[in-house]
Design a protein. Structure first.
Length: 428
């Protein structure tokens, strides 16, 4: 496990050093195959590897600074996931910023002949939700970019004299629509920004060291099975050893999947237990325990890949805490989610669903119960926590159902945010 931790640190250090050694790339337009154009692409790739090695780590801000980005380094003030497309030379991240998974920046844009590099500043209090795409620019303070939202370049800028403004702005959709702002906590709990030593140590153990433990069963279980099979084959007559190996290999592979899945189910109940609709401060122990399951997703991936789109996946999801009715199918499931918070009816078809059943608001984790009614069809769409999709509703490709939103029965919905475009619900 220590070797895995050291390997991750070496990868981060090597790519951070590469970002530092290569020359600075100034903002502007550079020919695609010029020296500056090539360096820009190399730095974006290297900086991405630094982020991946330290995504959600308490040390992420220090690693990004080491790679050349201007980052406010105070512990507890940053919750940085992986954001693709970033160039450290023209990037500034202020205090109290957060970014989710699979986000992307357009500060470096490439076309057939040139590469355009722009300055990008995420002012204090910015939050970029999962799957969002943000352009370049000096963004205003307290800007919340919702999930799967697109923010154009040089929009929602920090204007002169606005540095002291505390009024939040919430954007969602494509094109982005401004939503009513939530009330800002005037006297924030210092524990949300400055964790105690024990809370910080727990985060390091679970997030930074614990992620290496996730790799141990991936190597240990196959080694044990291979050793067992080899030992048994050596005890057999030479003329049937090959037949034995050919026949037992599929069984060993199945046992490997079963063992990993069983370990994942046990880990979920031992580490997290049953999650319920609730709120938790960012440094609470439950938050670290809950998100540790995403670190163990490699244990569950083989079963998901083999059983996705079949009824055989449902018993495993029920064992994890999901409530799902009979004859319901989940197709192309490719990630773990807050299974305890979701209730799926009977006869439902979910094709590549994306669940966002928790949110971070003002550095507080909020978990929401979510319901999908009988006979619904949802294809390649995001469902945010607290939503209620009633029976018979159809949600089409690329849509997003907002937090707390209710979709009426037998309606046809599309868009981000969704609108009713057909069915009985539109006539009501």
């Amino acid at each position: 496990m220590m070797a895995m931790l050291m390997k991750r640190m070496v990868v981060a250090a090597a790519n951070a050093l590469l970002c530092r050694v290569l020359p600075q790339v100034p903002p502007g337009v550079h020919p695609k195959y010029s020296w500056m154009g090539v360096v820009a692409k190399l730095k974006v790739e290297a900086f991405g590897k630094v982020q991946k090695a330290n995504a959600s780590s308490v040390m992420a801000s220090y690693w990004l600074t080491a790679a050349g980005a201007k980052v406010y380094p105070q512990c507890g003030n940053l919750e940085i996931g992986f954001m693709g497309g970033l160039l450290p030379d023209t990037l500034s991240i202020s205090a109290c910023n957060s970014s989710g998974a699979k986000t992307y920046s357009l500060m470096v844009e490439e076309d057939d002949s040139c590469i355009t590099v722009r300055q990008s500043v995420l002012s204090s209090g910015c939050f970029v939700g999962n799957g969002a795409i943000v352009g370049a620019g000096v963004f205003r303070r307290n800007l919340t970019v919702g999930v799967v939202t697109w923010v154009p370049t040089n929009s929602y800028r920090m204007e002169a004299g606005e540095e002291a403004s505390q009024k939040p702005m919430i954007l969602f959709g494509n094109p982005p629509v401004e939503f009513p702002a939530r009330t800002v906590q005037q006297s924030p709990d210092s524990a949300l920004y400055e964790p105690t030593l024990s809370a910080f140590a727990l985060r390091v153990v679970i997030t930074d060291i614990g992620r290496c433990f996730a790799l141990v069963p991936l190597y240990l279980v196959p080694m044990v099975l291979v050793g067992l099979v080899f030992n048994i084959s050596q005890r057999l007559p030479a003329d049937i050893q090959m037949k034995f190996l050919i026949g037992v290999t599929p069984i060993a592979a199945l046992l490997w999947i079963v063992c990993l899945t069983a370990l994942f189910i046990c880990a979920k109940w031992l580490v997290v237990g049953r999650a319920r609709e609730s709120t938790h401060g960012m440094w609470d122990a439950f938050v670290q325990q809950n998100f540790y399951m995403w670190r163990l997703i490699s244990w569950f991936m083989p079963a998901m890949m083999c059983l996705s789109g079949t009824l055989a996946l449902n018993p495993i999801l029920r064992a994890l805490g999901l409530v799902i009715g009979h004859r319901s199918l989940i197709v192309d499931l490719n990630s773990y989610f807050d299974v305890d918070l979701l209730r799926i009816g009977s006869g439902v078809v979910l094709q590549r669903p994306r669940w966002q059943l928790h949110t971070f608001e003002d550095r507080i984790l909020k978990l929401y119960n979510t319901n999908v009614g009988d006979g619904t069809l949802i294809t390649n769409s995001m469902i945010v926590g607290g939503a209620h999709v009633h029976s018979g509703a159809i949600v089409l490709n690329g849509s997003c159902v907002l937090k707390g939103e209710e979709l009426a029965s037998n309606g046809l919905y599309i868009g981000a945010p969704v609108t009713c475009v057909g069915g009985n619900a539109c006539d009501a």
